[in-house]
Design a protein around this ligand. Structure first.
Ligand SMILES: Cc1ncc(COP(=O)(O)O)c(C=O)c1O
Length: 370
């Protein structure tokens, strides 16, 4: 008889599917790595800012020691930038870490977590990881249906995940609507507002979620250095919440969850306003280029406020797979989203102008031979 290790709810987890690495595609399709374009993981196409590279070079000499467990300097920098006490900040090994810690700190096995259909895959994973019940609320036009999410909250709900903008759909909830939602959520339910892409929002769409944190003790805002700040490989994210929540998160956080290089680079990137602006501008230009091309090709897409766009490349799962495979053969890696229940769609990360052009050329060629 084979042994079944671990709880059944852990065995039931389907592992997270990450974007295909360049080296794997090169091997599989016999391509030169240098010719491959990867638009699959919502990374910043500009790479890491020079300011962060310099900070890393300086911090490298300290690597014989453990990192600062409390992240004093990074928290001080975040505290200054977002005008909250440093005690309100929790650092994470990427914001993924924050999402996982929040689920573990706040939810028991017999309780439930509410999130939207087509929202970030890690919400389901974090829910399963604690053996809680997932209440998945049907999406509205590919985005969050906040009224339905509110109605779905039950007595045993302890956490609600909201992504704004959402991944993989790129949908955005306007500030006043979110605020009205927060006002109605019962106080025993924590809302994790995941703002991984917030730095890409144009001025007119911005809202002040940190002001809401001051008002709502049950709100936790999650942010990351992986996207607009360009530090995905270093794994740094953070949460801002009032002390009661922050204290709970810190009890479960691994003592050295953000490494020395990551802390140094994050401080530099946080202060590098020029890089952030350049990233947002490049993203807006790329978004325009891609969506204009989709319009010309007659392809449906979901309007996006992230650094990616979801495009429908066929009427069934077979068409989605075929287009994805043809793109891979041409050295273009994008993200199929069948695991999200969207098999006819592909998620394209907005790249550098030449990467976007290479993707569009490969897409046009593929569609022409359908
Ligand atoms: C909505 C959303 N939240 C969180 C994350 C996690 O990012 P990281 O762990 O790199 O901060 C991602 C990554 O793609 C995301 O799309």
């Amino acid at each position: 008889m084979t042994a079944s290790f671990g709880p059944s709810y852990v065995r039931a987890i389907a592992p997270y599917i990450a974007g295909k690495p360049i080296s794997e595609v090169a091997r599989e399709f016999g391509l030169d790595e240098a010719s491959i374009v990867k638009l699959a993981s919502n990374e910043n196409p500009l790479g890491m800012p020079d300011s962060a590279k310099n900070a890393i070079a300086q911090a490298a000499s300290e690597l014989g020691r453990y990192p600062d467990s409390n992240g004093f300097e990074l928290k001080a920098a975040l505290s200054g930038r977002y005008d909250v006490p440093a005690e309100w900040v929790t650092l994470g090994n990427g914001s993924n870490d924050i999402l996982e810690i929040a689920a573990h700190a706040l939810v028991e096995k017999s309780q439930s977590i509410v999130f939207s259909q087509y929202s970030f895959a890690v919400y389901a994973l974090a829910t399963q990881g604690v053996g809680a019940r997932a209440i998945v609320v049907p999406a509205l036009r590919y985005g969050h249906d906040l009224d339905a999410m509110l109605a779905a909250i039950t007595d045993d709900t302890r956490l609600v995940f909201v992504a704004n903008p959402n991944n993989p759909t790129g949908t955005f909830i306007e500030g006043p609507k979110l605020e009205a939602f927060l006002d109605k959520v019962p106080r025993h339910v924590v809302v994790v507002l995941d703002e991984a892409y917030t730095e890409y929002l144009p001025e007119q769409k911005r809202y002040d979620s940190i002001a809401w944190v001051r008002r709502y003790p049950n709100l936790l805002v999650s942010r990351t250095f992986s996207k607009a700040f360009g530090l995905a490989g270093l794994r740094v994210g953070f949460a801002i919440a009032q002390p009661e929540l922050t204290d709970l998160l810190n009890r479960l956080r691994q003592p050295f969850n953000v490494n020395t290089l990551a802390q140094a680079a994050a401080i530099a990137a946080l202060n590098d306003k020029a890089f952030l602006e350049k990233s947002a501008t490049l993203n807006a230009q790329g978004y325009r280029l891609l969506t204009e091309a989709f319009d010309k090709l007659g392809l449906e897409y979901v309007p996006s406020d992230g650094n990616f766009v979801l495009v429908r490349v066929g009427n069934d799962a077979a068409a989605g797979n075929r287009v994805n495979l043809e793109l891979l053969k041409q050295g273009v890696i994008v993200r199929p989203v069948g695991n999200y229940g969207l098999p006819q769609w592909l998620r394209i990360t907005i790249g550098l102008p030449e990467e976007n052009a290479a993707f569009l050329a490969a897409l046009e060629k593929t569609l022409a031979t359908a």
